[in-house]
Write a protein that binds this ligand. Structure first.
Ligand SMILES: NC(=O)c1ccc[n+]([C@@H]2O[C@H](COP(=O)([O-])OP(=O)(O)OC[C@H]3O[C@@H](n4cnc5c(N)ncnc54)[C@H](O)[C@@H]3O)[C@@H](O)[C@H]2O)c1
Length: 362
């Protein structure tokens, strides 16, 4: 069930380097690019969780995997010179807010200097034509308002994770101005963009302190789900939503260059930005076996209450729109996890969901 014709066959045999390929989003991106017939390379540390989608779906079997630290500039450069990628999607990161309160320095080293290392290495590798730096909805200066943030609003970030991603955005725009400027495109031939997705959910995430993995752990352990910040609103979206956006964007960067070299939001429709308690209730109801949740009222580290993205730019200029609403997304997560618990072949489960996703009209 290979789908090489998606994206007009653009990714067939295309050399794509993913940093962070062993993580949750990176593994789904490898599975998707494999369906598109791409020649996939990855640079990351070992999978960050046990179990991991990377191991469960045996991604090593079809990706050229380099295990290395994004902070190790000379190793990264050596790999890039060996691989000669055409497209890079940069996702290697310390991606957790609560972890960033425990290890702020490391979070900045990985998320900020990691971006600097990658973009500086690109300057030495002549094959690269398109780069997408994956940051987050949390990179904006949060005003706790109800409107969605637009791409031209100020960067910020209260906690070290969000702030490090705001910094990674600033690094991106500095490299774009200084080294990959559109007015010199004929000379350097590189188009660099950044992408800000919402709260990404899907089967195969086992990270600490994220709602869906916490829910699945509570089911396996036979406990109630403990939720924090029940009224916090987040732009929840299935992992395939932003990944389809990144691939559309990198294709347009490759084909049309500077026109698309800017920042892009890829979030859900406004109606799907729900609060944590709504998602928890939906998960418990749809799992269907007497699972319940408790609200943890202990004091928690600061996290934003309202966070939405305005995605008009991606919709109008890239023609990207979300395909799955929140109900379908939750259904797919429940189905995925029931299959995982039943011991089904995880690569086929993911491939079927990829096919279902792209067969849903948008
Ligand atoms: N999951 C979400 O809800 C979400 C939302 C918005 C943005 N993002 C961003 O998407 C990207 C992927 O997130 P994820 O949820 O898949 O995270 P993840 O923790 O599952 O994966 C992180 C990846 O980065 C790699 N990595 C971490 N430190 C590294 C280092 N020092 N050197 C090299 N590789 C290193 C890990 O090995 C792994 O491959 C991150 O940049 C994250 O900030 C995630």
């Amino acid at each position: 069930m290979v789908m090489v014709n998606l994206f007009n066959g653009f990714y067939k045999n295309r050399k794509v380097l993913i940093t962070g390929h062993t993580g949750f989003k990176g593994s789904w991106l490898c599975l998707l690019l494999n369906q598109l017939g791409a020649d996939i390379y990855g640079y990351a540390l070992n999978p960050p969780t046990k179990p991991s989608l990377y191991n469960e779906a045996k991604i090593d079997e079809f990706v050229h995997s380099y295990i290395g630290d994004i902070r190790d500039y000379s190793n990264l450069l050596e790999v890039m010179l060996e691989v000669n990628p055409e497209i890079i999607i940069h996702m290697a990161a310390q991606p957790l807010v609560r972890e960033s309160y425990k290890i702020p320095r490391e979070t900045y080293e990985i998320n900020v200097m990691g971006t600097v290392n990658l973009l500086d290495a690109v300057r030495q590798v002549s094959s690269v034509k398109a780069i997408v730096n994956v940051t987050t909805d949390k990179c904006y200066e949060n005003r706790e308002w109800h409107w969605g943030y637009r791409e031209n609003e100020p960067m910020g970030g209260y906690d070290p994770y969000s702030n490090s991603k705001g910094c990674s955005e600033l690094v991106t725009s500095s490299f774009r101005n200084s080294f990959f400027n559109s007015k010199d495109y004929e000379k350097h031939g590189i188009a660099l963009a950044s992408a800000r997705a919402g709260n990404v959910i899907g089967g195969g995430d086992w990270a600490e302190d994220r709602l869906i993995p916490d829910f699945i752990r509570s089911i396996i352990e036979g406990n109630n789900l403990e939720i924090r910040s029940p009224y916090a609103i987040r732009p929840w979206q299935h992992v395939l939503e932003p990944l389809s956006g990144y691939l559309l964007l990198s294709k347009m960067l490759y084909i049309s260059g500077p026109k698309f070299a800017s920042s892009w939001n890829f979030g859900p429709d406004d109606k799907d930005a729900r609060n944590v308690e709504w998602i928890s209730k939906e998960l418990c109801d749809k799992w269907g076996k007497g699972v319940s949740y408790n609200i943890d009222n202990n004091p928690q580290p600061h996290e934003a209450n309202y966070l939405k993205l305005d995605c008009s730019k991606a919709k109008n200029e890239l023609g990207w729109t979300p395909r799955w609403n929140i109900e379908k997304t939750i259904y797919s997560i429940i189905e995925w996890n029931k299959r995982f618990i039943a011991g089904d072949d995880i690569r086929s489960v993911c491939e079927n969901q990829i096919s279902d996703y792209f067969n849903t009209p948008n």
